[in-house]
Design a protein around this ligand. Structure first.
Ligand SMILES: Nc1ncnc2c1ncn2[C@@H]1O[C@H](COP(=O)(O)OP(=O)(O)OP(=O)(O)O)[C@@H](O)[C@H]1O
Ligand SMILES: [Mg+2]
Length: 441
């Protein structure tokens, strides 16, 4: 029996002992009854979520022609888990659902909890000085906002407030049009489109007020090799991506070479988010094993891009500390706390934030109970042959996750290279999984 199966067995036995066999059987029958009833009677319609009457105060319309097949026909349907999600939503308000679009598995996101969506309409109305819900006027309001370019810059600056934190563009917002240029229509062939009072700008502004994820899925496109899901588009108040796999936590007990392949992808992703855009560095603020998924080919994607700091690496005016690299703090009294200051990220041309969080939260063993969002770390149980031949793996892993004042980028890159060399040299990696990993980047 595998080591990790033992705690599960004990938990099941504990539950049986606590509930008693009769009560347990009753619960199982009830659960079965509920699941069958859900399958037969509960058929929620994606159409109810679109709220197209609010556009252009919505996320876009690019997908509408694909999904709306007539006045009442819609080509997205929830799959079983999606319906379960809609049902759970009545109680919990999480607004992410799985479904099918023309036989493709997709994820439908409303991009906020129900209370946040309600607040979104209020914020838009407020921008026009209307204290209360402006109802049907909402769609006009969003096109009449005075100086929408300024309003967008304000949202990107206002995010300094930590509680409101979604997206911050810093140290200045002067290149905001460059950031959104993949989304804005081109003007006379120029890349820097305008942020005018038109539909596209209204969509950008609405998304910035609720959740910028669809914007980033168009800036860092999966088609261009970014480790994110393929964005299919938006229709009203839903955004749709391809289903990109199962949560990383499900892979915690795969073979070591498989896990090493995923670790390598995570380290390559840290490089990609930090260095590969010509103008900006993207620091992800919500890196956790829930927010990363892996598909059946072993390709990994970051699926939650709601909270980001975007650093303009070529601003006109540079802060005093600009040329030094920012080094993430490691706290003795709060291991694995993942505390960071967006101000510090903004004052340096480069930060080790992505590399450090990936090492500390996902790859390394962490310290104490709060040390790691994957218990034991993805690289746990290194085979003894590998340990003997490549003792540097543990050294670099410790340095990039727990090393105080260390250059976490350098140790993460050394770890990346050692894993890659090991995969070429060690017979353990017979199927060359790691080499394939590089193809994704
Ligand atoms: N493209 C996708 N492919 C597969 N699974 C996905 C995808 N997008 C989201 N998920 C799954 O849905 C879950 C919730 O999505 P997401 O993290 O974007 O929502 P959330 O509202 O931020 O949830 P939470 O606040 O709990 O993190 C993810 O943890 C992931 O398991
Ligand atoms: Mg999430």
């Amino acid at each position: 029996m595998k080591r990790y199966e033992l705690p599960t067995m004990f938990t099941i036995r504990g539950v049986i002992r606590k509930l008693g066999r009769r009560r347990l059987s009753f619960c199982v029958v009830l659960a079965l009854f509920f699941l069958i009833a859900l399958q037969i009677f509960f058929h929620p319609n994606v159409k109810d979520m679109l709220e197209l009457h609010k556009c252009p105060a919505c996320y876009g319309v690019s997908l509408c022609s694909d999904i709306l097949q007539g006045p009442s026909e819609i080509s997205i349907s929830f799959d079983y888990m999606g319906r379960l999600g809609v049902f759970a939503n009545i109680i919990t308000t999480k607004n992410v659902f799985s479904g099918l679009l023309n036989d493709k598995r997709v994820i439908v996101k409303r991009l906020g909890h129900s209370s946040e969506l309600h607040l979104l309409d209020k914020k838009i109305c407020l921008a026009m000085g209307s204290q209360e819900d402006c109802g049907a006027k909402l769609k006009q309001v969003v096109l009449k906002v005075p100086n929408i370019h300024g309003s967008i810059e304000k949202v990107l600056n206002e995010s300094k407030d930590f509680n409101e934190f979604r997206l911050r563009l810093c140290p200045s917002t002067e290149h905001v049009r460059t950031l959104f240029s993949p989304i804005l229509p081109k003007v006379n062939g120029s890349n820097d489109g305008r942020l005018d009072n038109d539909g596209t700008t209204a969509h950008i502004w609405t998304l910035l007020l609720i959740n910028p994820e669809p914007l980033f899925l168009q800036i860092m496109r999966a088609e261009d090799g970014w480790p994110v899901p393929h964005y299919l588009g938006a229709c009203g108040r839903i955004a749709v991506t391809l289903h990109a796999g199962e949560p990383l936590v499900d892979f915690l007990h795969r073979s070591w070479p498989e896990r090493a392949g995923l670790a390598l992808q995570l380290l390559l992703a840290a490089d990609r988010f930090t260095f590969s855009h010509p103008q900006f560095a993207f620091y992800l603020l919500d890196i956790s094993s829930d927010n990363i998924v892996v598909n059946e080919k072993g390709k990994l994607s970051f699926v939650d891009l709601e909270h980001l700091v975007v650093v303009d690496r070529h601003p006109t005016y540079i802060p005093d500390t600009w040329n030094e690299s920012h080094v993430s703090e490691v706290y003795d009294d709060c291991p694995g706390c993942n505390t960071f200051s967006s101000d510090s990220l903004c004052q340096h041309h480069i930060s080790d934030h992505n590399h450090h969080v990936i090492c500390e939260q996902l790859l390394g063993p962490g310290i104490g109970s709060s040390g790691n969002s994957l218990p034991g770390g993805l690289l746990h149980s290194i085979p003894s042959d590998i340990q003997k031949q490549y003792p540097q793996i543990v050294v670099f892993l410790n340095e990039c996750s727990l090393g105080k004042g260390k250059d976490h980028i350098r140790s993460a890159r050394r770890l990346r290279d050692t894993l890659n060399i090991a995969s070429k040299e060690s017979p353990l990696f017979g199927d060359q999984k790691l080499l394939q990993t590089w193809k994704y980047f």
